[in-house]
Design a protein. Structure first.
Lengths: 302, 268
């Protein structure tokens, strides 16, 4: 009897050992296989389609694979799936109530992916932060900012807030706010601006650049000059335009005024006369040497 | 207009030569306003370039501090080749003024496109060392604000008559026949020429592309563009210098005409 019992126990132990071995094989072979498959799919789809689809495809395969692996392991260990799924349902509801934010993020993530307002690799601006979308995950959107900081925005926040996709369309407009002195000939200014844009190869000829008379400013005439570039050349064009305009204005003697105030004593008088007073007479005499009183006054009022 | 074949070949050879470049040798070569500098160092080729206002004559002097582009090759080659190729994007031809074609009208126009210079080892033409534009062209957008095609804008307009003085060694003459086969009027101000599908032929020191026939059927999407693939009658007997960048299909149906005010709100 003892012999039979020990034999039976030995059989059970052997069976358990086999089960554990099978589970181990499934895990040891399955998990690395899944990881390799995920990496391969990510690379392949990213190369042939887009990084966004690469991320989505690889994640889908990884999650489905993990669930299959888990079911297989549980099956091997002798767990019946029906009561387990029932328990999981009840547990799911309990967890759902307890973690509404997480659930909201997960659901928002689905909408973000489905809506496709941005994809992996796009440059977006959220709440004043600008960066490249690094990944759209279950709970959050990961952004690499241009100063190489990492920004994590919960999916729910993304869904609720306004964001700008800067690289959605293939071309972008560069705006240059320019001020010129009232004395300048605006047709000449316009000619120079269009010439500067035409000489930059990455300034697109179509859509054409445009000059808009913005307003009569307090110290200047304010203009808005816009030109278009491929989205990749946006910064190049902005730098090229601003530097080119400054250079040409300097060369052509066009004044870019800065705010200044002239003091008048009445409605139709000359600027208020002013004298330079200094306790150091030698210094005054040096600076004023050879200048008339009116010249000194002009210098002081300028 | 067309020089004798032997003369044409020697002329072509002087502008688009095959040459020897020994180790540590430097060669300068002018094509229109572009001068290219080539330096050989073991299995490396160093390429530099500069542009000036001259269109012919002696190559420009090597600058004191040239900007070189280095390329290591899979072997040491002594013989190299310089030949013209078309730009790598479509070019937009300006008609200068709005152009109208009444129904069932056809016309033939010529346009000049600056070529790019391709440098390869003579025995390995698949090994492109560099491609340098003889003239830096401005970029332009062909399409709408949300989708379109990046192209080059050429300053040359669509001309009805081509005179000898317009033939220049760095400009390829592209004949185009535009046919309005529809019952409606065709009105446009710019034409998109798909130069990547055109070959280049040499006739004397002039370059010609094969003829493009544009058949307008009533809608832009229904416009067929056909590349003839043979040298045009004006350059009969010309020799083929370069094949198209993109393999030629008999016809392609792509947006070709830029109509008046495609951008309704111009850039704003």
């Amino acid at each position: 009897m003892d012999f039979l019992s020990s034999l039976f126990e030995g059989q059970i132990a052997e069976e358990r050992l086999f089960v554990l071995l099978r589970v181990l094989i499934v895990l040891v072979a399955g998990l690395p296989l899944l990881l390799v498959l995920r990496r391969f799919l990510n690379r392949y789809i990213s190369k042939h389609y887009s990084p966004h689809y690469g991320m989505l495809g690889s994640k889908l395969v990884f999650y489905v694979g993990t669930v299959i692996l888990l079911i297989t392991v549980l099956n091997e260990l002798g767990f019946s799936l029906t009561p387990l799924l029932g328990a999981a349902g009840i547990l799911g509801i309990a967890i759902g109530f307890a973690s509404q934010t997480t659930a909201s993020n997960v659901i928002s993530g689905f909408f973000l992916v489905a809506e496709k307002s941005f994809v992996v690799g796009d440059v977006i601006s959220v709440g004043g932060n600008v960066g490249v979308v690094y990944s759209i995950d279950t709970l959050s959107v990961k952004i690499r900012m241009f100063d190489n900081r990492f920004l994590r925005v919960p999916n729910e926040t993304m869904i609720k807030s306004e964001y700008i996709n800067i690289t959605r369309f293939p071309i972008r407009r560069v705006d240059c706010n320019i001020s010129v002195a009232y004395k300048e000939d605006l047709s000449r200014v316009s000619e120079i601006l269009f010439d500067v844009a035409a000489k930059l190869p990455y300034s697109l000829q179509e859509p054409p650049p445009l000059l808009i008379f913005d307003k009569f400013g307090s110290s200047s005439i304010d203009l808005l000059f816009v030109s278009w570039a491929r989205k990749e050349n946006f910064l190049k064009l902005r730098n090229g335009l601003n530097m080119g305009i400054k250079e040409r204005f300097d060369k052509e003697g066009i004044e870019i005024p800065f705010p200044h105030v002239s003091v008048y004593a009445g409605s139709a008088t000359k600027p208020l006369p002013m004298d330079l007073i200094s306790s150091d007479k030698s210094m005054l005499s040096t600076s004023a040497q050879g200048k008339s009183r009116s010249e000194i006054t002009d210098t002081a009022t300028e | 207009m067309v020089a004798s074949n032997a003369g044409a070949m020697s002329m072509t050879q002087s502008i688009w030569p095959t040459f020897t470049l020994k180790d540590r040798d430097i060669r300068r070569h002018r094509v229109g306003p572009l001068t290219i500098f080539l330096k050989r160092f073991l299995n490396e080729i160093w390429v530099g370039s500069t542009r000036d206002d001259e269109k012919s004559g002696e190559p420009a002097e090597l600058p004191d501090k040239p900007e070189w582009m280095r390329m290591a090759l899979p072997g040491e080659f002594d013989e190299y080749r310089i030949k013209p190729v078309m730009p790598d994007r479509p070019v937009i031809i300006d008609t200068e003024h709005s152009y109208s074609f009444v129904s069932q009208t056809r016309t033939r126009v010529f346009s000049r496109v600056p070529v790019w210079v391709r440098i390869t080892p003579e025995s390995r033409e698949d090994l492109v060392i560099a491609e340098i534009p003889t003239v830096v062209l401005s970029e332009t957008w062909f399409g709408g604000f949300t989708e379109g095609e990046l192209s080059y804008a050429v300053s040359s307009t669509a001309r009805r008559i081509l005179t000898e003085d317009l033939l220049e060694p760095h400009l390829v003459v592209c004949p185009m026949e535009i046919r309005n086969n529809s019952d409606s009027e065709l009105k446009f101000e710019k034409v998109c020429l798909r130069v990547d599908r055109l070959s280049i032929f040499a006739s004397g020191d002039a370059l010609w592309s094969d003829e493009t026939v544009i058949n307008y059927q009533g809608t832009d999407s229904g416009t067929d563009t056909e590349m003839k693939g043979a040298c045009p009658p004006e350059a009969a007997g010309a020799t083929l210098l370069s094949k198209p960048r993109t393999p030629v299909r008999k016809t392609i149906g792509l947006k070709t005409f830029r109509r008046l005010r495609d951008f309704h709100i111009p850039g704003f």
